[in-house]
Design a protein around this ligand. Sequence first.
Ligand code: B3K
Ligand code: ZN
Length: 876
Amino acid sequence: GQDVRLEDYRPTDFEIETVDLTFRLDPAQTRVTSRIALRRRSGTKADVPLVLDGDELNLVALKINDVAADNECFAATPSSLEIRDLPETEVFTLEIVTEIAPAENTKLMGLYRSNGVYCTQCEAEGFRRITYFLDRPDVLAVFTTCIEAPTNDAPLLLSNGNPGETGELGDGWHFAVWHDPHPKPSYLFALVAGDLAVVRDWFVTRSGKPVVLEIYVEHGKQIRANYAMDALKRAMSWDEERFGREYDLSVFMIVAVSDFNMGAMENKGLNIFNDKYVLADSDTATDADYANIEAIIAHEYFHNWTGNRITCRDWFQLCLKEGLTVYRDHEFSADMRSRPVKRIAEVRLLKAHQFPEDSGPLAHPVRPEHYSEINNFYTATVYEKGSEVVRMLATILGPTEFKAGLDLYFSRHDGDAATIEDFLKCFEDANQVKLTQFALWYRQAGTPVLTVSARFDGRARKLMLDIEQSAPATPGQPKKRPMHIPLRFGLIDADGAEIKTSDIEGIDVTGDVMHVKRRAHKIVISKVRKRPVISLNRSFSAPINIHFEQGTEDLFHLARFETDAYSRWQALNELALRGLIAATGAVRDDTDIVPDEALVSGIIASLEDGTLEPAMRAQAVLLPGEADIARELGNNIDPDAIFEARNGVLDIVAMTGADAFDKVADGFTPSGRYTPDAESAGKRALYLAALDYLSRISLPADALLPIFRSADNMTIMAGVLAILAHRFPETAAAETALAEFELRFRENPLVIDKWLQIQATIPGQATLARVKQLMGSNHFSIENPNRVRALIGSFSAGNPTGFNRADGAAFAFLAGLIIELDARNPQVAARILTSMRSWKSLEPVRQEKARTALVAISEQPSLSPDVRDITDRTLG
Ligand code: B3K
Ligand code: ZN
């Protein structure tokens, strides 16, 4: 790809008003006839040619106003169709016939086959693999689609919108017409044809309109779609209540397919999903699977307003729909489940994925300003940081003001292809405020840092806070301007009570939010009688790093008394992280690991605290992972030392808390029928956390095996299997459990993915050999993205000691695999390769091996634009 720049945006010279598509489906030779009605924009000169996008296309015929076009007046290549000598009228039609081969489409973009089902993926630029078109999000047209196929092969024919005429065509063929009255960009087009089963339900909108709900799955899997259906109905009513958004067609369809490059896709009225995020029952899905299904079903449904009704002007505005929709799905899950537990999960994820992205060679702003391959920008920064930016907007404005701005956005821009500026303007206009400085969150990459110091003057009864903000340099952005950071805070007194503060100078404060806007603030809080303990960034109000030399006693105080449940966890987690960093130092200096006794007893106290919900107790004992420690260390990382240090600390916690862990394991042993609700899931999480600790002391592999065997749901079964495989690798018990699991689920690829993932994440050197051997097993296929992610993705992104082997063998392995995969599916290859993004923070020996592997990829002559882009930027 060549560099595309935001500043070069220009509207098209032509508009497309209607599109009439006819698909004559055939695996090897599908004929697509596209009739498009074009309108020359006022101001477009008569001699301006029309250039349509294509990708690996083959033009069969072209008519202009129903007359076959002269060869001299157009030029067709696989990637474009340029038409000169257009009719001089303002409006004219084109009929374009192309031929494509869905069965040979291994990129899974455009029209392809998955398990014998025809399906499409058009975002971002897949529609141009179907027909020549103005394939960009600011060209909105009304689509009518006619699908023709052999009735036996494809009894089911679906596209966007409302169903129209259907009928027989002779020779065993039939057809169906679909009409979507809502103008939409081509990236929201979808088609599905095949033999699938359906689960049907219905929903009546707030204003009384009935909607048929349909989920299509492979035959025999209908039962496993019930949870997704339930989540869909809950999402539909929640969006009405919380955001006043109603559905707008008479049918809403979801299709589950097994070959999909990402999670799901919000095509108008016809969402297409990776089946991993639709199918669930207690025997095959874990609690985490249920939570993901609920969130993703909601996310795609919410896109109907934030994405489809209001779409993006260009792909630089991707966060306009993604950040906002992630924010909406986070809020939905928080309402359906436990808000503080959900917040902890969000922050863990943000720190695990977005923070490293933002501090490495792939860092980019929430709204990037240039790209060479847009598919590489569906990132944690655009999605997760994009959501945090919307959350900050809500925090800064307040709930009523935020809602007013959003309502204005929905009314003002319905039917538009909008920009971030349009979005922010609605909040400005609705509330008479300026968001000029806030807008920097969209433009400046890198995680901001607040450096804080505090001093209490007891005689003057004043608390002095010095806050300075900075942001690290990122690619293309050496210097940053100060941003508007909403910092929620609280002061807690010695008895654990919240101190009310009203007398604050040096910073704007609204409610419990300090508005950090300058590079430096000298803050004086008066009328504070006793030295308070300061709690900063409550509920993680801003996605930042804070450097604050807060004493451990103060952190313990917060871990006990903070009124904000999230912040209690944050304090304990910060203490644990400090302990783990110290332990890593000890391992590297070859001295003993001696974690703070207060830390150990604090963790155990949270474990035993019956006033907390079980999910929260589980979060308290889930200490920061190896990757969290690595991120905190920042450079010269030795993953083996981190692993050893973390184990050392966990062993001590397990020994000290042995009785408590025993009690929890007994008290929370699952009994009764499985239900996927958050409360029951929290109990299972706590039970598994206790088993994990006990496996370090009193629960050997042979005792875990019967627990594994008697598990009656996948959460416990996969959880215990992971403990066995990770804590007791290569023991007879672990291998037996793995073999039994494989035997039982060998016909269910989604469950086998868990088996692949558990093995790919066994810590240590030996796992590379296992991964290679599993690649050769008949459970693995390089053609299926879920298999590749489960085995290779988990190994490279989720196994620090195994992947970062000091001899570099795993890097070399990954390089070879990326090259092979790139030839088939560039998007998935590029995504997997991002697991090397933090290579520069490794210690020198590993760093050099990583560089060698990246260079080996880079030297390949025919890399896809996707992998070329990631390789070049990663090497830096
Ligand atoms: N919008 C899609 C992602 C498309 C990715 C294209 N490479 C799913 C989502 O975010 O809802
Ligand atoms: Zn989305």
